[in-house]
Design a binder for this molecule. Structure first.
Ligand SMILES: [Zn+2]
Length: 438
């Protein structure tokens, strides 16, 4: 037992020392004795009662405030919750809107890209088909060689550069196109007026689309430039025959080609900005490809080869000469080639046989209509292998070399006529070499 405890006990026994309570009734004095323990117990009971009364009073007085406080707490919680719900709804709406915005933008952009891609694809395919025909004709012409059968000196190199080629427009043009694409992206961004993530996503997509647009424009420009370069070379081929290319390739012919392809196939209505610029460029490129197709169609029928593909000797030129039989000066409207008897005489270009029979002076003769006002004549044949109306390709056999008609020895007399006027066939054969030789 510690000292402190015994001290407290002494304090308690001094405070609640044993007491006697006296009271007198009817002259008799009574007393009640109260021990220290009883006093302590009483004090505890009275203290507890007082505490309960105090608590109850406080509770009654402050109950209102407590409820109000609790309600406020509840309200705050509820407000927080609805705020969170609202935030979630807003986030959901944002995502939805973002999706829609991006989806719409994406669809719009893809539609544009796809439309442009299809135009390009058609154009590139069309040009490739023209180039294939040109290459086939060049190979055919190179097989026959020059007027005396000279083979290409440059190892069969085609004068017409028909390799697919790189889209390599001038640098300045590239930077202009890139600038246009960037401006277009900015324009669309300011139109849609979106913000935040949507803008970033749309911006990234537009950047990709702008890059595609630039490449498409470059490809378009390359197709146009290449077509124009080929047009120039083919016009040169025609020009070197002595016939004006403009008399053969008329605007009417070009638009006919366009109509045959379904007319102006590009409808720029309803497309704005970059696409409109693209479709304007596409129309320009399409016109170039149309013109190239028209020239190629003319070239493919021009008599640009020699009537003999076997070894031959060029014996007589075009123009005034001494007649070998009468000895008088006379006009010679063709050129002569000598080769072994019965050598195959072949068509110098594609066409339709318009005459197959005997003509005075010419003996057995074949004439081929090449269209566009051209026809060729093959004379002094020993044998005719075609019939009138027959369609012939370049180097198709039309007969065999001979000496029918008014001749001194076996040879083939060959003429080229344009609009019923004889032209120097040698110029055509030389021009043909330009198709396959550089
Ligand atoms: Zn002759």
């Amino acid at each position: 037992m510690s000292r402190r405890t015994s001290k407290f006990r002494r304090f308690l026994s001094r405070l609640f020392k044993e007491r006697q309570i006296y009271h007198r009734s009817d002259g008799v004095v009574h007393f009640i004795s109260m021990s220290s323990k009883t006093q302590v117990a009483l004090a505890i009971v009275v203290g507890a009662a007082l505490l309960w009364v105090a608590y109850a009073s406080v509770n009654v007085v402050f109950k209102e405030q407590i409820i109000v406080a609790k309600e406020q707490d509840f309200l705050v919680m509820q407000t927080n919750l609805s705020k969170r719900l609202h935030d979630a709804q807003k986030a959901y709406d944002d995502v939805n809107w973002l999706n829609h915005t991006i989806e719409n933008e994406f669809n719009e952009t893809m539609d544009d890209v796809w439309a442009r891609h299809n135009v390009l694809k058609n154009m590139v395919e069309r040009k490739a088909a023209i180039d294939d025909s040109l290459a086939a004709q060049a190979i055919g012409l190179s097989a026959a060689g020059g007027p005396s059968g000279q083979k290409p000196t440059n190892g069969n190199r085609l004068m017409i550069d028909i390799s697919p080629g790189e889209p390599t427009p001038r640098q300045s043009r590239q930077s202009v196109l890139r600038k246009e694409a960037a401006e277009e992206a900015a324009r669309r961004r300011s139109q849609s007026g979106d913000d935040g993530i949507a803008e970033e996503a749309v911006e990234a997509m537009e950047k990709a689309a702008a890059q595609l647009y630039t490449e498409q424009m470059l490809l378009l420009a390359a197709v146009e430039e290449k077509a124009n370069a080929e047009i120039e070379k083919l016009r040169g081929v025609i020009y070197s025959t002595g016939v004006s290319p403009d008399s053969l390739i008329t605007p009417a012919k070009i638009s006919n080609v366009a109509l045959a392809q379904g007319g102006p196939f590009i409808d720029a209505a309803g497309v704005g900005g970059a696409s409109e610029k693209f479709f304007r460029g596409a129309n320009r490129a399409a016109n170039a490809v149309d013109e190239l197709a028209a020239i190629q169609a003319v070239i493919s029928h021009l008599p640009l080869s020699s009537p003999l593909t076997v070894t031959r000797r060029f014996t007589s030129g075009f123009g005034i000469r001494r007649d070998p039989i009468t000895g008088r000066h006379a006009s010679h409207y063709g050129i002569d080639f000598a080769a072994p008897w019965a050598s195959p005489v072949t068509a110098t270009g594609a066409g339709v046989v318009k005459f197959a029979g005997t003509r005075t002076g010419f003996g057995r003769t074949v004439e081929i209509d090449h269209g566009n006002g051209f026809f060729t004549r093959y004379a002094h044949l020993s044998r005719i292998s075609v019939k009138r109306g027959q369609r012939v390709n370049l180097h198709a056999k039309v007969g065999e070399l001979g000496s029918s008609g008014r001749v001194t020895g076996p040879h083939v007399h060959y003429e080229v006529h344009y609009r019923n006027r004889p032209l120097n066939p040698r110029r055509f054969i030389e021009a043909g070499r330009y198709v396959f030789e550089s």
